[in-house]
Design a protein around this ligand. Sequence first.
Ligand SMILES: O=P(O)(O)O[C@@H]1[C@@H](OP(=O)(O)O)[C@H](OP(=O)(O)O)[C@H](O)[C@H](OP(=O)(O)O)[C@H]1OP(=O)(O)O
Ligand SMILES: Nc1ncnc2c1ncn2[C@@H]1O[C@H](COP(=O)(O)OP(=O)(O)O)[C@@H](O)[C@H]1O
Length: 292
Amino acid sequence: MFKVPDHQVAGHRASNGVIGPLIDDSGNFYKPLQNDERGSKEVAFYKNFALNSEIPDQIRKFFPIYHGTQLIEASDGSGLHPHLVLEDIVSSRPNPSIADIKIGSRTWYLEASEDYISKCLKKDRETTSLPLGFRISGLQIYGSKESGVWKPDKKYLKNFTADDVRLVLRKFVSSNSLEDSGKEPDCSFASTVYGGSTGILAQLLELKAWFEEQTIYHFYSSSVLIVYEKESILKGMSSGATVKLVDFAHVIEGNGVIDHNFLGGLCSLIKFISEILTYVPNNTYKAFPKKP
Ligand SMILES: O=P(O)(O)O[C@@H]1[C@@H](OP(=O)(O)O)[C@H](OP(=O)(O)O)[C@H](O)[C@H](OP(=O)(O)O)[C@H]1OP(=O)(O)O
Ligand SMILES: Nc1ncnc2c1ncn2[C@@H]1O[C@H](COP(=O)(O)OP(=O)(O)O)[C@@H](O)[C@H]1O
């Protein structure tokens, strides 16, 4: 039984006359192949990635598992349509908090069409992509059973400044602030979600180490998805904090060159997260411990 996912935060969504992703009860996420070359490029990426023996095993966990493609009824009822069948990253979490963070100050690449380049350039300039090397493309923050979920729309996120990004990454791991409540986020889940040996920061650093070496792919317009489950923490269980990469419709060959665009954006995101972990409420930051 297919249904439209409740927890999609960015990208093309199923709506009247628009094809969007579907999920099933078995933990699969079905992303409709776009009719132009984007669909075939994303399939080509997943196939190449699956077979590429140069990808270290510990890096594979950062990518959704790929189960091939399948013809299924499209979400808009227009008939059978090919879909990528992927692991559903959020299905095991009933109340996930999710951030879709598009990495890179440049979402376009020279091989793309002139129209595509100018469209991307405009978005990169108008968002935090250019100054920060990343932008928040989608967001959902779970508050509590009573307050529910805050899921700001695309337009709201596009207007973010660097300060808004800093604040929202703090709200993401707080117990007291949804929307524009005016409250100082308490960051009470920061050490559990962002910190620790298996937290978001540790995972981002592991990914960064690979990007410092890998020259196989250049990832344009791909996102880092950050997911965790607040209710689990409250029950004393693991936060389930997870980092995954998604959206590979604009991945090109690396040809032996480091993906500086992605690496730069990743380093910038790491800096923002690190600063939250060392933040002390009265607008100061704890000094980093001195090296022995
Ligand atoms: O048209 P828009 O403005 O919704 O752009 C889509 C982007 O939304 P954005 O405005 O950047 O948040 C959208 O970005 P997100 O996935 O929402 O971060 C994609 O970049 C999408 O392009 P593609 O499927 O990756 O080729 C983009 O779709 P296309 O317009 O390229 O089909
Ligand atoms: N494997 C997945 N599991 C769960 N959710 C996913 C998965 N892949 C993507 N998503 C959700 O769909 C959104 C859009 O995905 P993306 O691949 O960027 O689509 P698009 O090409 O339409 O931009 C993401 O922000 C996320 O919320």
